[in-house]
Write a protein that binds this ligand. Sequence first.
Ligand code: COA
Length: 416
Amino acid sequence: MTKPLEGIKIIDFTHVQAGPACTQLLAWFGADVIKVERPGSGDVTRNQLRDIPDADALYFTMLNSNKKSLTLDTKKPEGKEILEKLVRESDVLVENFGPGALDRMGFSWERLNELNPKMIVASVKGFSDGHHYDDLKVYENVAQCAGGAASTTGFWDGPPTISAAALGDSNTGMHLAIGILTALIGRDKTGKGQKVAVSMQDSVLNLCRVKLRDQQRLERVGYLEEYPQYPHGEFSDVVPRGGNAGGGGQPGWVLKCKGWETDPNAYIYFTIQGHAWEPICRAIGKPEWIDDPAYKTAEARQPHIFDIFGTIETWLADKTKFEAVDILRKFDIPCAPVLTMKELANDPSLRASGTIVEVPHKKRGTYLTVGSPIKFSDLKPEVTASPLLGEHTDEVLASLGYSQQEIFNLREVKAV
Ligand code: COA
């Protein structure tokens, strides 16, 4: 099967998570992704949090599958020359260095555009160009704080809280992938490349859109009726942390199930969808609530929503999270068990769909990773192992016309 991005050549000048997540996705869909890494060390994640001595860490292998690895010291003249050759024949260059690093290396947007006017140059930075913090280096949690996620996550009586989901890193990479694909389609029409830039702050804020909605509602009416603070607590002039409250118009909460005393994940998420009130009452054995004026409408329920959740927890007390969901799904109630990483890793449905995949690796043996979360009718992305450091250096250099002797000489001066 021809993959949609076959024939698209990408110079992957990325490291850590935000950039690699983007290029990995494009590699799954068929792009020829050449990861350029510093000789001797490579992407810092190869060594970070190692679980097997002398083998690339999972942090690296899980973000760099389906790529080639070319070692290149792009600060040396020989390395620059090779990069220039690569730029001339590639479609996209993706980078997420600290601010100004690419310019200092001699590969500004203007220079890249001069070398290859058709090239798309895609960057991740912590803050957007011209932002008053645009000189800052940024990691995941920094971005979550800068993008509004931390101030709105957690409980109102605790500190701002970081999400375990990579809202700053992988999320930004996904935004960048959309930008690259858009620029590629644009190039088909204009014949020209362009610069695509995504900041981690902007990408986090994009996912916090509903909290900006809430800020404006709060300023207009002074309260947010779907937050636990309503109607008994106080609101200030900023969106508060809402614990596990539902973010939209449907109230929800994490509820205890059988075994919660010893199992920290014996919970379900339960949503009280307005029009599902009747089935909810039937499911939890409270048919008398269906027409009771104190329960009948969302407005009537809100002042005592936590008493309602308490009653549902009493109903859940003798049911595991899985048993509870099996009952509730029959009533069409939006809910799910709180799943652990262990449960997800072994989930037969996720294995069958290719969302959790086992990948054989030359040094590690087999490891688990998250495969493509995007499913197509005519493409089944196959996840292959991440490359060893410099595994494809000879192959890439040979394709650029370098002889064995020249490659040997480049190694001697540590340019590759
Ligand atoms: N050959 C020679 N030099 C190389 C090289 C190569 N193949 N690859 C990288 N380098 C150099 C860079 O040119 C840079 O040199 P300089 O600072 O002397 O100009 C140097 O390595 C360090 O790069 P930098 O990206 O600044 O690394 P860092 O470890 O100090 O910072 C981050 C890491 C992630 C904080 C920073 O890259 C950053 O803020 N990136 C943008 C936002 C981002 O993506 N954050 C991470 C999300 S997972």
